[in-house]
Write a protein that binds this ligand. Structure first.
Ligand code: NAP
Length: 515
């Protein structure tokens, strides 16, 4: 009997001991700058000639790690190794598979600070954001472990005379897991361990911006004794090796989280049937967002301002759930903008290890893209905050707010994935909801109002996978807010929800005649 699932508490960094221990954890990570990390295939460390250099986005000259880089040959080897390992792993009892996750949760909890500190250094999260990512990762392990046990024990059939009937969820095969860099541990671990606990084997290609975080996770899973070949680690450029991984005839499913552009490419390729392939590939694609917060006149304005700042600029706006459009009803527009601008000016920005509210954006290419959108914004709206780089040797961009943006402008429609907020004026609440629904995305959304009828209307009409009332549109928690979006935000696979594991399985019905 295992304890009921409960979410992992966040660390209180105002407690001096926690602060001291976290600072030490950061120093420890810094002392391993420049270390090399191999591929991990068939339970063996593999060293190759090509490497990925992973730099600290807060301090561009600091090399966090050098990670060996898979070519097409290693991808083929990883898929074949995973396929070989599947022959045994698929028959491990569900409870046994779950134990690996529960053990990994224990170990990760012990090493929480080490893993969070690595995120501060490799991806530029502030302490609370990094801590929350690791807490979410622990939650996935605890939750999916329990979910697998539940799925294997639930009675689902009606009885029939003279027959013994069974219904079992069996695994699919080799799953290619392709995560993004922005929740570098939580999303990567969530997709990977959901695949493993359901009896599949995995080829994990981490995001090229966060390969050291990827390696540390894979190392931990091997430490808890995962059999060789069940989890294969093959970092490399998605552009160079992604097609090989997706189109391999032994790849049975692709679990992807990332941009719309890459998701659509994977969807297309996975729909093709290649020689020797004997199944239709399954894909889950969790893609981008253009998430809106709607603020009505009848709400606690101060709360709404604080929530907007947190949702738009937390982790530099680099969350798929980040608020990138703020729709204000006309009657409060000027007052709200004034308060928002004042609050945005108080945001501190600097190196992530110093724990500012905002750190750097993840890379030089992200910085370039965001600055290009800021230039577009200058032609589409009125710049009232930021709009430029912030000083420092990292990829720092000031929190940026444009007001008076047209709901159909590029700034209102395209995912920027950085600290850029567009403010849109609506005539009234009905108009605000229409604007909220006018993008091709449908991931998260939030509504601030005290009016019950308006809340009911928003619940019915605001078309997004995760809707929040009187709270910010970021911060989904495992088991509490199953997460995934509609339309071009993806296949709505609802990570951290009770339906999620089913996506990694197929149902087998067996009927035996008695007597
Ligand atoms: P991305 O550029 O689409 O990359 C995602 C992953 O795809 C990376 O591992 C990347 O590898 C890989 N990749 C690139 N080209 C590929 C190809 N041709 N074939 C196969 N894989 C390929 O996205 P990102 O910049 O990492 O992440 C940000 C995006 O993720 C945003 O759009 C955000 O909204 C979205 N996101 C969505 C959710 C959600 O739940 N809906 C959650 C988090 C993030 P490389 O790193 O080597 O290029």
């Amino acid at each position: 009997m295992i304890e009921k699932f409960k979410t992992e508490p966040f660390t209180d960094f105002t407690v001096p001991e926690n602060k001291k221990n976290f600072e030490e954890a950061i120093q420890k990570i810094e002392s391993s700058y420049g270390k090399e990390y191999p591929l991990y295939i068939k339970g063996k460390k593999i060293f190759v000639d090509e490497k990925i250099n992973s730099y600290n986005p807060s301090d561009k000259d600091k090399l966090v790690g050098i990670v060996h880089k898979a070519s097409v040959d290693e991808i083929n080897f990883a898929v074949e190794s995973a396929s070989e390992a599947f022959k045994e792993w698929r028959f491990y009892p569900p409870q046994e598979r779950a134990m690996y996750l529960l053990k990994a949760a224990q170990l990760l909890r012990k090493r929480k600070f080490e893993h969070a500190a690595l995120q501060v250094i490799e991806v530029g999260k502030n302490w609370a954001e990094a801590d929350a990512d690791v807490a979410e990762a622990i939650d996935y392990l605890e939750y999916y472990g329990r979910e697998m046990i539940r799925l294997s024990q639930e009675e689902r059939l009606v009885s029939y005379p003279n027959e013994y009937n069974e219904y079992e969820y069996i695994p699919l095969g080799v799953i290619a897991v392709i995560p993004p860099w922005n929740f570098p541990l939580a999303i990567m671990l969530g997709m990977t361990t959901a695949a493993i606990v359901t009896g599949n084997t995995v080829v994990l290609k981490p995001a090229s911006d966060t390969p050291v975080i990827g390696y540390k996770f894979v190392e931990l899973m091997h430490e808890v004794g995962l059999p060789p070949g069940v989890l294969n680690f093959a970092p490399g450029s998605g552009a160079k090796i992604g097609d090989t991984l997706v189109s391999h005839h032994l790849t049975r499913m692709i679990a992807f989280t990332g941009s719309k552009e890459i998701g659509l490419r994977i969807n297309n390729l996975a729909a093709q049937v290649f020689p020797k392939q004997i199944w239709l590939k399954r894909v889950i694609l969790e893609m981008g967002g253009k998430d809106t917060m709607v603020i009505d006149e009848d709400c606690n304005i101060e709360d709404a301002v604080n929530a907007t700042i947190a949702a738009a600029f937390g982790f530099q706006g680099q969350k798929c759930s980040a608020c990138s459009r703020l729709v204000l009803v006309e009657s409060i527009y000027n007052k709200f903008v004034e308060m928002l601008v004042a609050k945005a000016h108080t945001i501190s920005i600097g190196p992530a290890k110093e724990n500012h509210f905002m750190g750097p954006v993840v890379s030089g290419s992200a910085e370039k893209k965001i600055l290009e959108y800021i230039d577009i914004g200058k032609t589409e709206g009125k710049l009232v905050v930021g709009g430029e780089k912030a000083p420092g040797n990292g990829h720092f961009i000031k929190p940026t707010i444009f007001i008076d943006v047209d709901p159909n402008a590029r700034l209102s429609q395209e995912e920027i994935f950085g600290p850029v907020l567009s403010v849109i004026k609506a005539m009234d609440f009905n108009d605000a909801l229409e604007i909220a629904n006018n993008t091709e995305y449908g991931l998260t959304g939030a509504v601030y109002t005290r009016d019950r009828k308006k809340i009911m209307k928003a619940k019915k009409e605001f078309h997004c996978g995760n809707l929040y009332i009187n709270r910010k549109c970021t911060g989904a928690m495992v088991g509490v807010h199953p997460f995934g979006g509609f339309n071009m935000s993806g296949t709505d696979s609802k990570a951290g929800g009770s339906d999620y594991l089913l996506l990694f399985t197929q149902g087998k019905a067996i009927s035996e005649k008695l007597g």
